[in-house]
Design a protein around this ligand. Structure first.
Ligand SMILES: *Cc1c(COP(=O)(O)O)cnc(C)c1O
Length: 453
């Protein structure tokens, strides 16, 4: 029985898959402050032209530049595993596969897009990139990619994570990046937050405001976002394309796919290449898994909202908890975002993508079970997908169904051991669904009466 299903380097995909080509309806456009769709030009202050073209492309296949493939080959193709020992522990007739994205140098799927973004910025003559990071995974990925292409990288790191994850900061510095605890007093956005709350823990939304503000104000500087945007999800589709080939090698095909969902990039990455088959009529369930404490897809509203806390970004139609929603300090820092990818949101709204919210303790329980069976210590974000797959595998054990399940192991948890410590010592808690805080922030949704017809 095979455990690792491996592709040769020569079998690494040569194109990214653009889900827009197979969506039943065109994507909703981002809107400017006047409530009208923003043209690609509006993004030129912070993104290179090639990425903006990808952001609005309707082409099904977009070639991966050779210079990007050269770097991706340092760890790709990533292995697909059959989780034999987890299946046995659960006494399930279900087959469980997982794609292991923790094998990248930064320890997650995020370098898949960081490398591409650094490449296109370098091509456009940019010298410096700014970005935000939550748990530190994205900052590490961009620091790595910046180093590979000789770009300076400046990272605004959410303050609560800056203190919880000091070694993530060291890792970014090893790859040559400069890292600041956000909110900082270096930007107007940061100073505005600190004036209201000097002890702010920060949030991804605030850090995005700081990074965007700085990039917009300098010609030699662009901004790079680790999730949410269409081009980011596009770059991640190499995950699902590889997984599809690997499953075909063992004659299998998933009934259900699970991935943790913060901004939607690793979910889109693994699920979209299979969406192509779903659009063609194949029966497959794509499940985005989120924390009950930041339940964007399951409890948010589908509306136009800002991508950041202050309101600097264009408005995107997405599931949102309100741009100033401050989620509890859960240990899956990468899942504490108020919104979600517009593409994932639209497909969820249209009933083509499913969502599930899982409480924190259940995710750690599943993560520990996974580590004890399969050996890999998963990132707290990834444990959400594991918990959902475990739930389904247990359900199959009860009904006798032999479903094929696939989940994305989006990263390892080697820098998250203090979170595991707190779980083992009983200090971790389940947060109630923060109903009041969500109701309050939803009152601040921008009023938009854009009608595409
Ligand atoms: C950032 C991150 C996530 C969540 O981000 P998405 O854009 O939703 O993928 C999930 N898992 C890991 C390991 C991450 O670093």
């Amino acid at each position: 029985m095979k455990t690792k299903i491996l592709l040769k380097e020569s079998e690494m995909p040569t194109h990214w898959y653009n889900v827009v080509a197979d969506m039943p309806n065109p994507p909703t456009p981002p809107l400017g402050p006047d409530g009208q769709p923003v043209g690609p030009e509006a993004l030129m202050a912070i993104f290179p032209e090639e990425l903006i073209k990808q952001e609005v492309s309707r082409e099904r296949w977009i070639p991966i530049p050779e210079a990007v493939r050269d770097i991706l080959r340092l760890w790709r193709p990533s292995p697909l595993y059959r989780a034999h020992r987890l299946e046995q522990a659960l006494k399930t007739p279900a087959k469980i596969y997982y794609k292991n994205e923790s094998v990248s140098p930064a320890g997650s799927h995020k370098p898949n897009t960081a490398v591409a973004q650094a490449y296109y910025n370098k091509q456009a003559g940019i010298k410096r990139l700014t970005t935000e990071t939550g748990a530190g995974q994205w900052g590490c990925a961009l620091a790595l990619a910046g180093q590979m292409f000789g770009l300076e990288v400046r990272v605004f790191m959410v303050k609560v994570s800056y203190h919880q994850k000091p070694y993530r900061r060291s890792m970014m510095q090893t790859w040559g990046a400069n890292v600041y605890a956000s909110p900082t007093d270096m930007t107007n956005s940061g100073r505005a937050i600190l004036a209201k709350d000097p002890n702010s823990d920060g949030s991804l939304g605030i850090a995005i405001s700081e990074a965007v503000e700085e990039a917009a104000g300098r010609d030699d500087t662009n901004y790079a976002l680790g999730s949410v945007l269409n081009h980011v999800l596009l770059h991640q589709t190499i995950i699902g394309e590889e997984a599809k080939k690997q499953l075909a090698m063992v004659g299998d095909y998933p009934d259900m796919i699970f991935a943790p969902c913060g901004g939607g990039s690793n979910f889109g990455g693994i699920a979209f290449p299979f969406f192509a088959d779903k659009a063609a009529g194949r029966d497959i369930q794509l499940v985005a898994v989120e924390p009950t404490s930041c339940p964007t897809l399951t409890k948010g509203v589908y509306a136009y909202d800002f991508g950041d806390a202050i309101g600097l970004t264009p408005l995107m139609k997405m599931f949102t908890l309100g741009h100033d929603f401050m989620p509890p300090g859960i240990h899956a820092g990468g899942l504490r975002y108020h919104g979600d990818s517009a593409l994932v949101s639209q497909l969820h709204y249209e009933g083509l993508v499913d969502a599930l919210a899982v409480p924190q303790l259940e995710t750690f329980e599943a993560g520990v079970l996974f580590a004890r069976c399969e050996g890999i210590v998963p990132a707290p974000e990834s444990t959400h997908a594991i918990a959902a797959a475990v739930r389904e595998a247990k359900r199959c054990a009860a009904t006798g169904e032999a479903k094929t399940l696939l989940f994305n192991l989006s990263g390892h948890g080697h820098f998250d051991m203090s979170s595991y410590d707190r779980y083992f010592s009983g200090e971790l808690q389940d947060y109630d669904y923060p109903e009041e805080a969500i109701q309050e922030s939803l009152k601040h949704l921008p009023q938009v009466d854009f009608n595409p017809n």
